[in-house]
Write a new protein. Structure first.
Length: 130
């Protein structure tokens, strides 16, 4: 089932890849696009999500064994906030810097098990990085 907000170019890109974790990618696309005013495109060979044309979440789909969501504030290095950009009570994010974090998924079960936390993280990240 296609989400109304899904970018058809991203869908075509994914169709050509024939990725073994396509179901996981589609589930993550839906979760990310459920956040208000998020747009989808392709960047760095994977689905990318922007708010006000600023990159915020990038899906790393290579290597083919897992999918990573990279939460960031764009390609340019910005001055680091004093504290982590969001409060992740779930502790599912791996922080690289105070404005950059990653979470990886190997299957749909891992996504389902963190779904409510992940939705909160996505919405909090978009809000905090406006």
């Amino acid at each position: 089932m296609k989400n109304a907000h899904q970018n058809t170019e991203v869908s075509k890109f994914l169709d050509r890849l024939n990725h073994p974790l396509r179901n996981e990618i589609e589930e993550l696309r839906s979760l990310i696009l459920s956040a208000e005013d998020v747009q989808e495109n392709i960047k760095w060979n994977g689905p990318n999500y922007t708010f006000n044309n600023e990159d915020r979440i990038t899906m790393k789909i290579q290597p083919l064994k897992q999918i990573q969501l990279i939460f960031h504030r764009g390609a340019k290095k910005l001055e680091q906030p004093k504290d982590k950009l969001i409060d992740d009570k779930s502790k599912i994010l791996t922080w690289k810097e105070n404005d950059r974090a990653i979470i990886g998924f190997k299957n749909l079960i891992e996504i389902e098990n963190t779904k409510s936390d992940l939705i909160k993280i996505i919405k909090d990240w978009i809000s905090a990085s406006k």
